[in-house]
Design a protein around this ligand. Sequence first.
Ligand SMILES: Cc1cc2nc3c(=O)[nH]c(=O)nc-3n(C[C@H](O)[C@H](O)[C@H](O)COP(=O)(O)OP(=O)(O)OC[C@H]3O[C@@H](n4cnc5c(N)ncnc54)[C@H](O)[C@@H]3O)c2cc1C
Length: 209
Amino acid sequence: MCYGSVSIRLYIFAHNNLRTALALRIGLKLIYAFTCARVLIPRHSSDGISPGGYVGGGHLLIVLERTDEWQIGFVFLHGRFRDIKANGLVGVKNEVGAILPAVQDGMSAINEWKDVAVLNVESSRLAKWYDQNLLLIGDAAHVMSPVGGVGINYAIQAAIVMAGIVGPALLQNSLTESHLAKVQKKRIWPTRVVQWFQGVLQKRIVRAA
Ligand SMILES: Cc1cc2nc3c(=O)[nH]c(=O)nc-3n(C[C@H](O)[C@H](O)[C@H](O)COP(=O)(O)OP(=O)(O)OC[C@H]3O[C@@H](n4cnc5c(N)ncnc54)[C@H](O)[C@@H]3O)c2cc1C
């Protein structure tokens, strides 16, 4: 089927490489962030470790089972990494061991900071998701934290809304900035609500720890 020619140029970004540059131009709201220091330790059937989430000492420990290793994620509020690093690896091992003594032996395999992968998890959204001939959707417009496991849904929903609004306008060669604004208008509230909820949930987890 031929839909005719389209002479409007529109860039839709669903990856966030451009975001940092754009944030300077159109404003970024950083809601909260946390950090996960991840290590891999050897796994044996006699370890007595169960995968799951463990809390204690103001930290969250996430234990995942891999083929030959346990993946241990030590989660703390963003900004605390400098203090944690200043206490040295021994401090981390002690804190992890205090939360889950069963991993203490395995943690002796971690002897250098290079064995620790540090992941900063951001939650943020741009004040404006569009500009002339430009539309950002998904994490490019609003970075979602892993809390609640909803980020992928939100990215897909944004794509569906975008297709429903921008698609017909492109086919009719009538796309204007107001169509791009409409995409943001439809998605901003669900995004605000879920990011607020993720923030509350994360603070509760850390407070309860
Ligand atoms: C540690 C962690 C765990 C998470 N766990 C979950 C979970 O369990 N469930 C959940 O729903 N959400 C989870 N999230 C959130 C979720 O990952 C994101 O919200 C979601 O992936 C956003 O989808 P997206 O398509 O917008 O962006 P992305 O998934 O980041 O996709 C962007 C794509 O663009 C590509 N790309 C980058 N640069 C370029 C370029 N220059 N040109 C072309 N392509 C490019 C990338 O390779 C990538 O494929 C998690 C987030 C983190 C940080």
